[in-house]
Design a protein around this ligand. Structure first.
Ligand SMILES: [Zn+2]
Length: 164
C-alpha cells in the first residue's frame, strides 16, 4: 500500500485517483473525492484564493545569503491568472466544505457569471478555496435557487492525496 502523501496539484495528477484535502497540515480535512479528472480553467477578477504553496516557502538547499532575490518581484505577478478548478454540482458531494453567505461584491468570473458564494474548509474555516455561482441555464431563466449553485474548488488552494 502506497504511503499517503499530500502534494500540491499539478496537471499530471489523475484527480479521479485522489482525495482532496485542506492544505493546512494541522487540519488536513478531507474536502472531497473527485469523481473525475475533469478540470476547468477559470479566471476570477478581483478575488484571491488561498495558495496552498506560496512561492516564498520554496527554499533552496544552499542558503547562500548574499543572493537574496526580491520576493516582492515574485509576488507582483497578476493575481487573476486563470486557475484550475474542479466543478461540483452538488454541495453534498463534498465531504467537508463551508459555504459563505451570499457574496455581496460584484465579482465575476471569465464568462461574466457572478460569484455568489465563497467556499472554505469547514473545519478550520480557512479559504477561500473556491466559489459558487449560478450558471446560465439553457432557458435563460433567472432562477437563483441555492440548489442550482455550481461549486468550483481551486486546485492551487488545496493538497491532493494520491490514493492509487
Ligand atoms: Zn482545514
Amino acid at each position: 500500500m502506497a504511503k499517503a502523501t499530500n502534494v500540491p496539484y499539478n496537471n499530471t495528477i489523475d484527480l479521479s485517483k485522489t482525495l482532496i484535502r485542506c492544505p493546512f497540515a494541522k487540519c488536513n480535512t478531507r474536502l472531497i473525492k473527485p469523481k473525475s479528472n475533469e478540470t476547468f480553467n477559470v479566471s476570477v477578477n478581483g478575488l484571491d484564493f488561498l495558495q496552498a504553496v506560496k512561492p516564498s516557502n520554496i527554499s533552496t538547499k544552499e542558503s547562500s545569503s548574499d543572493h537574496v532575490s526580491s520576493l516582492e518581484d515574485e509576488q507582483s505577478e497578476p493575481s487573476n491568472n486563470p486557475g484550475s478548478f474542479i466543478k461540483v454540482s452538488d454541495v453534498w458531494d463534498f465531504d467537508n466544505i463551508g459555504v459563505s453567505k451570499e457574496f455581496p461584491d460584484d465579482i465575476t468570473i471569465s464568462n461574466g457569471v457572478n460569484v455568489e458564494r465563497l467556499i472554505i474548509c469547514s473545519d478550520c474555516e480557512r479559504g477561500p478555496l473556491g466559489f459558487a455561482c449560478f450558471e446560465s441555464s439553457e432557458t435563460g431563466a433567472a432562477v437563483k435557487d441555492v440548489k442550482d449553485l455550481q461549486y468550483y474548488l481551486c486546485l492551487s488552494s488545496v493538497m491532493v492525496e494520491c490514493t492509487d
